[in-house]
Design a binder for this molecule. Structure first.
Ligand SMILES: Cc1cc2nc3c(=O)[nH]c(=O)nc-3n(C[C@H](O)[C@H](O)[C@H](O)COP(=O)(O)OP(=O)(O)OC[C@H]3O[C@@H](n4cnc5c(N)ncnc54)[C@H](O)[C@@H]3O)c2cc1C
Length: 474
């Protein structure tokens, strides 16, 4: 631990140890760069500590309890009891294992780890304030820097997070008791994943959304499958409603919303979870000192080598813009480190997949049919309903479909949308197809294991070729 003001130097300085920053650090270490990684809070960033991993842990655990209680059709009669504090502690053990792993991997790759909050203090230096009283600060001079400071939950006017009545995803993933009722503001992917968790735990969930549909970033028929299942789970949706204010009432709160006509509605609940999006953490970095400015949304503009407008500074992960997803940040981290090391690396975003871990899951990659047509392709589309998948039926989860969009001339796969159990895993096959320029024929010629959900990928492709065996061809 460094006490007092000292100045040290490093070839590559990375600010933030989330998926963007730690991956950059490990790759830089592998490339024998002298690399220093500064983190103010916890290794693994939002993803490992308050995002991807905690949410997926709770989703899986909740599914175990919920599915067991709803399996009469399979001849199973169970009434599982859930101890949320126990579930959260199991989740915390997973988080500790993974964050400990990140720290060990960084050290094993020769990364110099510094704990503290960094801000730029000049063209080629940062000041790091170490946490805790009397811990002092240090100045680190760098040749190159990578900004990987991530994002935080976005607040809305009149709904400051207080950790008690108005919570963000971070607190929602650490509750020690199941709330009786919850208003969720925002029907994007985080709002929908957490609504599903709490509805399955028995919470009375109401979702209010300003736009007119759930999961507005996805195609209507994809989002519709997930919304219908959410309604079956008891979630109530109110669209076209903007949350405007709240007040304490009895043991809980009343949330007021307003529609376009100015009509006010009221929703009572124990708490409100505000999940309206995330904003980049760039305002605390004193970017002026290094000559950098952000766009209106606070994001840093980067090129296909993760470089910002300042030659020596790179930006990766959520600070570098949409899609704000861990795997996008990891790839940017790798590329940034390789570019610093002088390698001819560059980013190619054509096949960044996205997954939503709702019930059923959503997995998408590449272009939708309308996007492909707008881009000038003449398209062919194939679909396979999960109701025709033997494996989906044996899982008792046959809602949804696999859709593939391909170029009608050469048969190149352009995109896919899957809404199905394990869609997050299945989408990888289409991602690989797009990345390597595979055609429908390539996928069709690949023998898929029976009985698997992956067969639905092959069947959707065969459907696009007019050769489906297990469904009627379009
Ligand atoms: C509930 C939830 C669920 C999610 N689920 C998924 C999912 O399933 N799949 C997926 O791909 N993505 C998911 N995400 C998004 C994912 O977490 C982010 O895209 C990812 O964490 C971004 O990585 P990053 O490295 O850019 O930043 P972060 O993970 O946010 O890490 C940034 C780090 O920088 C540190 N830092 C910030 N400022 C400073 C400073 N001045 N000095 C030192 N350190 C600093 C922070 O403490 C933090 O550790 C989810 C997010 C949430 C909130």
């Amino acid at each position: 631990m460094v006490v007092g003001d000292v100045t040290t130097g490093t070839e590559l300085l990375i600010i933030g140890a989330g998926p963007g920053g730690y991956v950059a650090a490990i790759r830089a270490g592998q490339l024998d760069l002298d690399v220093t990684l500064v983190e103010k809070e916890a290794y693994g960033g939002t993803c490992l500590n308050h995002g991807c991993i905690p949410s997926k842990a709770l989703i899986s655990a909740t599914d175990v309890a919920h599915d067991a209680g709803e399996a009469e059709a399979m001849g199973i009669y169970a009434d599982p009891a859930v101890d949320l504090a126990g579930m959260v502690s199991w989740k915390d053990d997973i988080v500790d294992q993974l964050t400990g792993g990140v720290e060990k991997l960084c050290k094993a790759n020769g990364v110099n780890l510094v704990e503290g909050r960094a801000e730029f203090a000049g063209e080629n230096k940062v000041r790091v304030a170490h946490g805790g009283e009397g811990q002092g600060s240090e100045t680190i001079e760098f040749e190159h820097a990578i900004v990987a400071t991530g994002s935080r939950p976005m607040a809305i006017p009149n709904f400051e997070f207080d950790g008690e009545h108005i919570i963000s995803s971070r607190e929602a993933l650490a509750l020690d008791a199941v709330p009786e009722s919850l208003v969720v503001v925002g029907a994007g992917y985080i709002g929908m994943e957490l609504s599903t968790v709490f509805a399955k735990l028995g919470t009375d969930v109401t979702v209010v959304e300003m736009l007119d549909s759930a999961l507005p970033a996805y195609e209507n028929d994809v989002a519709r499958v997930v919304k219908s299942r959410a309604e079956e789970l008891g979630i109530d949706f109110y669209f076209g409603e903007g949350a405007s204010e709240w007040e304490e009432s009895g043991d809980g709160i009343t949330v007021r919303t307003e529609n376009e006509e100015g009509e006010v509605s009221e929703f009572g609940a124990e708490k409100a979870l505000v999940a309206v999006g995330r904003e980049p953490v760039t305002d605390t970095l004193n970017l002026d000192a290094v000559g950098l400015a952000t766009d209106e949304g606070g994001f840093l503009d980067t090129d296909d080598r993760a470089r910002t407008d300042v030659e020596s500074v790179f930006a990766v992960g959520d600070v570098a813009g949409e899609p704000m997803l861990a795997h996008k940040g990891m790839k940017e981290g790798e590329v940034a480190a390789e570019v610093v090391a002088g390698e001819p690396s560059a980013l190619d975003y054509q096949s960044v997949p996205a997954a939503v871990f709702t019930d059923p899951e959503i997995g998408t990659v590449g272009m939708t049919e309308s996007e492909a047509e707008e881009a000038g392709f003449s398209t062919v589309v194939g679909e396979m309903p999960m109701q025709a998948s033997g494996r989906a039926l044996t899982l008792g989860e046959s809602d949804g479909f696999v859709r593939v969009v391909a170029d009608d001339d050469a048969g190149f796969v352009l995109g896919a949308q899957i809404v199905a159990p394990e869609a997050s895993e299945m989408i990888a096959e289409f991602g690989l197809a797009i990345e390597m320029g595979a055609t429908l024929e390539d996928i069709a010629a690949t023998i898929h294991t029976h009985p698997t959900l992956g067969e639905a990928v092959m069947e959707a492709v065969e459907n696009a070729r007019g050769k489906a065996i297990h469904t009627l061809n379009r």
